[in-house]
Ligand binder design. Structure first.
Ligand code: HEC
Length: 145
């Protein structure tokens, strides 16, 4: 009788032991799953921010546009850089909100840029809210920094 009792108790203990082990592995699996989910959401974040980042204006790209003789479909064979070498003379432009270019008043940096595209490059004004404008404005603002 005593031996049977010992066997019964050890079975119960063994059962408890395995039950504990199971919940432990389940816990480990659960955290692993959580980590995997965190990894899944982590790269999604910069992607979600990508549009606003792209819209912020790329200084390097703006600089390239600034030196492009075909910018704004210019027909004068000139780039912005021809008259403003390395942004010379535009150091204050980034912080101004009123411009006087060749006797004409411009009320924003975007207008000033488009005025020079039309008058100096003999091209066509670009979208004031487009990426090219954002990039060239970012470059002009970087000149004065
Ligand atoms: C043919 C020469 C010429 C070209 C090419 C030219 N500009 Fe200008 N730009 C001027 C002149 C002249 C002014 C007015 C005088 C000044 O402020 O330097 C001016 C003024 C500006 C101003 C206002 C500066 C200020 O602080 O008042 C900005 C901004 C500007 N240009 C941007 C550009 C951009 C961008 C391009 C290329 C799309 C460009 N310019 C191409 C001649 C030129």
């Amino acid at each position: 009788m005593k031996a049977l009792r010992v066997i019964m108790i050890s079975i119960v203990i063994m059962g408890l032991f395995f039950a504990c082990k199971r919940t432990e592995t389940e816990k480990v699996e659960a955290t692993a799953e959580k980590e995997m989910k965190a990894e899944e959401t982590a790269p999604a974040q910069p992607e979600a921010q990508a549009p606003s980042y792209a819209m912020a204006g790329d200084v390097e790209r703006g600089k390239a546009i600034f030196k492009d003789v075909n910018f704004g479909n210019g027909t004068a064979g000139k780039s912005c850089n021809s008259c403003h070498p390395d942004g010379k003379g535009l150091e204050k432009a980034g912080s101004k909100s009123e411009f006087n270019i060749m006797g004409q008043k411009q009320n924003s940096l975007e207008e000033a840029v488009n005025f020079c595209i039309e008058m100096a490059l003999k091209g066509q004004a670009i979208d004031p809210n487009g990426q090219d404008m954002k990039d060239i404005v970012a470059y002009i603002r970087s000149i004065g920094e």
